[in-house]
Design a protein around this ligand. Structure first.
Ligand code: GDP
Length: 509
């Protein structure tokens, strides 16, 4: 089945230019819909902006959104990933819902730590990547240096698709190999305003012409299969700020990026033409209106055509819910949005019935696999200031873990819950939301544990392990057993001693 949907994310290190590129893509694509804008009205908007104080104070983006635009018959769903490294878990999860990614790197800085981390997640899932080397209007590294760094650092074949004609003060445009035209800077701003010159004698300085010749001999040609397998990345040079390379990005996504991929499930791969609506929740966002505890679950459509009012059964609930007021990001106007199809994202308002990792389907026969929880890197004990609030705390921790803000572990011994996060910022968010939404004052104390591993094995093997390690065992929110480790060494040691158990750093739901 062919599809005109392209669902993708932009991955980058903070400051590389993701926001700027996103804006330019949306401008060129015309229609814009931001999740926050659609939802935030009146009182809800005020509540939301209170919540967003954290974002402002920290100068980062905690909430994220879906942006849909359309060009030449192709529908682009761009899923925003918070760029701050503290929020990597959310980002990782979002990457489970895309079919491809654009990797933005700064021409002067090359591959930075966050880029590499996010790339690893893409690699894990064979998400194909288009590389955009940004800011060529400024001084940058030599083009070869950047290309070779991408190839070496990420162990990928690189295929330059364009070449900057100088950078910084001597920047004279970008040569597009396919069309053999040079996009030129114009006016005082030196922006790209649409002027493309054909390559004529002398249009390219001799030293750069020589580089280009070397590059075309030295790097592999573009190979669609290799790209789609995640083995090769086409590399474009541009300047999001000055509009160079933006049209090329849209064109490359439309032309090369894969349409919605079939998804693995417990009962085999679900294809796009599977005869029912199916999808999975990759993100739950509350905080749009804390007073009403309403949440939006973001569902990635896998198959079928969704229609407003349709009944879907979430795997975690077991009984159908009617989806009366979905947020369909594709719509120009929310009121007339009625359908969505594979690759699209639907925002489903709910009061806690939908959880990250849930499958939704019409007939309740499908269970998608592969949406992981990540082992927390920071573990803290939660200490209540008012001990009579135990119940509220439990409710709050359950809710927030459902949303994926934190993970919660209930130790087999002792009453204090342990929360796990992959980044420090999540702890700040936790404390402020406990106070604001649940009226629970708590402090976080160090825990003796360093990390956690989900345990799998036969009942007998788990029992034996528990006999010796009860003080290191906990249950997660689903009641599944977790080994609380004092160190990475501890994990290795127990793994060696208990070969019949698997110690997993991720949990697939
Ligand atoms: P993000 O953190 O990756 O979202 O990065 P932003 O899009 O916010 O960009 C970071 C800074 O780099 C901002 O000051 C941008 O104006 C600037 N910037 C982004 N793209 C370009 C570019 O192509 N050229 C230049 N000179 N600056 C850029």
């Amino acid at each position: 089945m062919s599809s005109n949907r392209r669902t993708f994310a932009i991955i980058s290190h903070p400051d590389a230019g993701k926001t700027t590129l996103t804006e330019k893509l949306l401008l060129q694509g015309g229609a814009i819909h931001l999740a926050g804008e659609v939802k935030a009205r009146g009182a809800a908007r005020r509540a939301r902006s209170d919540w967003m104080k954290i974002e402002q104070q920290r100068g980062i983006s905690v909430t994220s959104s879906v942006m849909t635009f359309q060009k030449d018959g192709v529908v682009f769903n761009l899923l925003d990933t918070p760029g701050h490294e503290d929020f990597s878990e959310d980002t990782y999860r979002t990457l489970t819902a895309v079919d491809s990614a654009i990797m933005v790197i700064d021409a002067a800085k090359g591959i930075e730590p966050q880029t590499r981390k996010l790339f690893e997640v893409c690699r894990l899932r064979s998400v194909p990547i288009i590389t955009f080397v940004n800011k060529v209007d400024r001084e940058g590294r030599a083009v070869f240096e950047t290309l070779d760094e991408v190839a070496d650092a990420l162990a990928l074949d690189v295929c330059p698709m364009s070449w900057p004609i100088g950078m910084g003060g001597i920047f004279e445009g970008v040569l597009d190999f396919a069309t053999q035209t040079i996009a030129r800077p114009e006016g005082d701003s030196r922006e790209f305003l649409g002027k493309r010159d054909p390559v004529t004698d002398g249009a390219i300085p001799a030293d750069i012409a020589e580089e280009i010749e070397l590059a075309q001999m030295g790097y592999p040609e573009f190979d669609l299969t290799a790209y789609r397998n995640g083995d090769l990345t086409p590399v474009y040079f541009g300047s999001a700020l000055k509009n160079f390379g933006v049209a090329e990005m849209i064109d490359a996504i439309a032309r090369y990026a894969p349409p919605p991929r079939p998804q693995p499930s417990e009962s085999g791969t679900i294809e796009l033409d599977h005869p029912e609506v199916t999808g999975f929740v990759f993100k739950v966002q509350a905080n749009m209106d804390p007073m009403h505890r309403d949440r939006i679950a973001f569902m990635r459509m896998v198959s079928g055509t969704f229609k407003r009012g349709m009944k879907l059964t979430p795997s975690g609930l077991g009984k159908p819910i009617a989806v009366h007021s979905p947020i369909l990001f594709f719509a120009q106007d929310r009121e007339i949005a009625d359908t969505a199809e594979a690759g699209d994202i639907i925002g489903i308002p709910n009061h806690g019935t939908l959880r990250v990792g849930d499958t939704l389907s019409e007939k309740n026969t499908v269970r998608f696999t592969g949406l992981p929880n990540f082992a927390p890197e920071i573990l803290r004990r939660v200490q209540l200031k008012d001990p009579t609030k135990t119940k509220q705390l439990r409710k709050a921790l359950d809710d927030l873990s459902e949303e994926g803000v934190i993970q919660v572990f209930y130790p087999e011994i002792g009453a204090q819950s342990i929360v796990g996060v992959v980044g420090q910022l999540q702890l700040d968010v936790l404390i402020s939301r406990l106070e604001a939404e649940y009226k629970v004052e708590a402090v976080l104390e160090p825990s003796p544990f360093d990390t956690a591993r989900w345990l799998k094995g036969s009942d007998a093997a788990l029992r034996t392990f528990a006999d010796f390690n009860l003080s290191n065992l906990a249950k997660d929110r689903d009641g599944d057993p977790v080994f609380m480790a004092r160190s990475a060494w501890d994990v290795g040691y127990q793994q060696e001693r208990n070969p019949e158990l698997t110690f997993s750093a991720t949990k697939e739901r």
